[in-house]
Every structure is written in structure tokens, then in C-alpha cells.
Design a protein around this ligand. Structure first.
Ligand code: SF4
Length: 65
């Protein structure tokens, strides 16, 4: 994976608690990964929902009502 000059700055705003992920702080990679699975990145979810690791659009819509 290429180095991102924004990675450290992005990490200060990253709400993802899935520690083993190699995409943390690489927002373009994160978005592409989840978009390809019809999902959204962790930062779209409340902390409670984020911790379930359910990144589906359906879960997002359910939690944003
Ligand atoms: S939201 Fe997904 S791709 Fe992004 S850092 Fe967390 S686990 Fe990785």
C-alpha cells in the first residue's frame, strides 16, 4: 500500500475500533473497500453501532431514524 501524507492526521479523526485493519487512516482505501461491499465506513455510524462491525447501508439507515 502506498504511503498517504494524510494518514496520521486522518487517524486522529478515525472512529473505527477494528484494530487489525490495514486501511485505518487511509480513507480512500477504506471507502473503496466498503463501497465494493455495499457498505459504509465506520465513521458513518454511532459508537454503539460501530462496535458491532455491521457496516451495511441497511444498518446505517436503521440507526439514523
Ligand atoms: S471502517 Fe473498515 S476499512 Fe475502514 S478502517 Fe475500519 S475496518 Fe478498516
Amino acid at each position: 500500500m502506498n504511503e498517504c501524507p494524510r494518514q496520521q492526521i486522518n487517524l486522529t479523526q478515525c472512529s473505527c475500533t477494528y484494530e487489525p485493519c490495514e486501511r485505518k487512516g487511509l480513507c480512500c482505501e477504506c471507502l473503496r473497500y466498503h463501497r465494493d461491499r455495499s457498505e459504509l465506513p465506520a465513521c458513518y455510524f454511532t459508537p454503539e453501532v460501530e462496535r458491532t462491525y455491521d457496516r451495511s447501508i441497511a444498518r446505517f439507515l436503521k440507526s439514523s431514524r
